[in-house]
Ligand binder design. Structure first.
Ligand SMILES: [Zn+2]
Length: 101
């Protein structure tokens, strides 16, 4: 599966944490998996939408090798992608169609 680039709608914004006033739309922070490698995640977000330019439909949730430093690190890529390293897993976000329920 190919994934798109980091979900950045406004290029001038810096990478950050979900609650930061300046962040990319797709910046949702870190999710910690349990001892079996399973993570569960629920969130409410004011930027992400299901329609329009901020839509997450057909985008991906990506798991990176390193924890996201939320733009606060001192690495050259901290302000662009949180120095999170290479992609090690992903899942596509799609609408659930009622005919398949
Ligand atoms: Zn970002």
């Amino acid at each position: 599966m190919l994934t798109n680039r980091h979900f950045v709608v406004v290029l001038q914004k810096r990478h950050g944490a979900q609650n930061d006033t300046e962040r990319h739309v797709g910046d949702l922070g870190n999710i910690e998996a349990g001892p079996q490698g399973v993570a569960r995640f629920n969130t409410y977000d004011t930027l992400i939408k299901l329609n329009g330019k901020n839509s997450v439909i057909s985008r991906s949730i990506v798991v990176h090798f390193f924890p996201d430093d939320l733009g606060d690190g001192l690495f050259v890529d901290s302000k662009s992608n949180g120095h999170s390293g290479r992609k090690i897993g992903c899942g596509r976000i799609d609408k659930k169609h009622s005919k398949f329920v």
